[in-house]
Design a protein around this ligand. Structure first.
Ligand code: PGA
Length: 253
């Protein structure tokens, strides 16, 4: 059994003071939870301070993006080393908003992934189809192609830990989540692809988490699916009580 992974993607939300309040409330609300890995991905500017506030708690820090060079003349970018330096060990790569608004491509996602792994960060790589693609019956083809390209060139052995987030673009921030069965179909296709690309031991270790309008009232049903290993939560991760309820999901495989 894989340890479920629940990550909160704060996106471009919260002042530092609001973020600190959120962490302090969450710390209280999740006391005693030890069977779920918990991540928050606040804006870059909050990472340093929040990593102190989250110390000695199960809450770990993730970044929402990273660059693929160690250092240098890359105005506006942040390197893996800078993230590690402030206590951040995880990074979300290739979120659909990055692809849609900031022109990230399968190629740049792959570069970020390879460099993050090389530098010892644990990546969560996002894939997902648009509504048009789903309606045209191309969801699985799209997700497989994104994932194959994102993971190309990875040498197992150098890779300690990676998670995949399946986030159908049409379900993000829309209140419209994929049904647990639809999500499960894609999750199991992702796992099949992982078994094709990597050895069994490694493929078995990859958590495939679902994202797209995850809320306290749909988390239990999602987590009851055999191949859904956790959640990437946007809006609901900004409310401590909702995020805590999502972390404390109640379902059995
Ligand atoms: P949402 O966002 O939960 O607000 O739909 C999910 C995400 O973009 O990671």
């Amino acid at each position: 059994m894989l340890t479920p992974l629940v990550a909160g993607n704060w996106k471009m939300n919260t002042t530092l003071r609001e973020g600190a309040g959120l962490v302090m409330s969450l710390r209280e609300l999740i006391k005693g939870v030890d069977s779920v890995e918990i991540l928050i991905a606040p804006p870059f500017t909050h990472l340093h301070h929040l990593s102190h506030l989250a110390a000695d708690s199960p809450i770990k820090l993730a970044a929402q993006n990273v660059y693929w060079e160690k250092k240098g003349a890359f105005t506006g970018e942040i390197s893996p080393e800078m993230l590690k330096d402030v206590g951040c060990r995880y990074v979300i790569i290739g979120h659909s908003e990055r692809r849609q608004y900031f022109h990230e491509t399968d190629e740049t996602v792959n570069r970020k992934l390879l460099f993050s792994i090389k530098e010892g960060l644990k990546p969560i790589v996002c894939v997902g189809e648009t509504l048009e693609e789903r309606e045209a019956g191309k969801a699985l083809t799209k997700v497989r192609s994104q994932l194959k390209k994102a993971l190309s060139g990875i040498v197992v052995g150098t890779l300690k830990e990676v998670a995949v987030a399946y986030e159908p673009v049409w379900a993000i921030g829309t209140g419209r989540n994929a049904s647990p069965e639809d999500a499960e179909e894609v999750h199991s296709a992702i796992k099949e692809l992982l078994f094709d690309m990597f050895d069994t031991e490694f493929a078995n270790s990859v958590r495939v988490i679902y994202g797209g309008s995850v809320k306290p009232d749909n988390m239990d049903a999602l987590m009851a699916q055999p191949n859904i290993d956790g959640a990437l939560v946007g809006g609901a991760s900004l409310k401590a009580a909702d995020f805590a309820r999502i972390i404390k999901f109640q379902s059995q495989k």
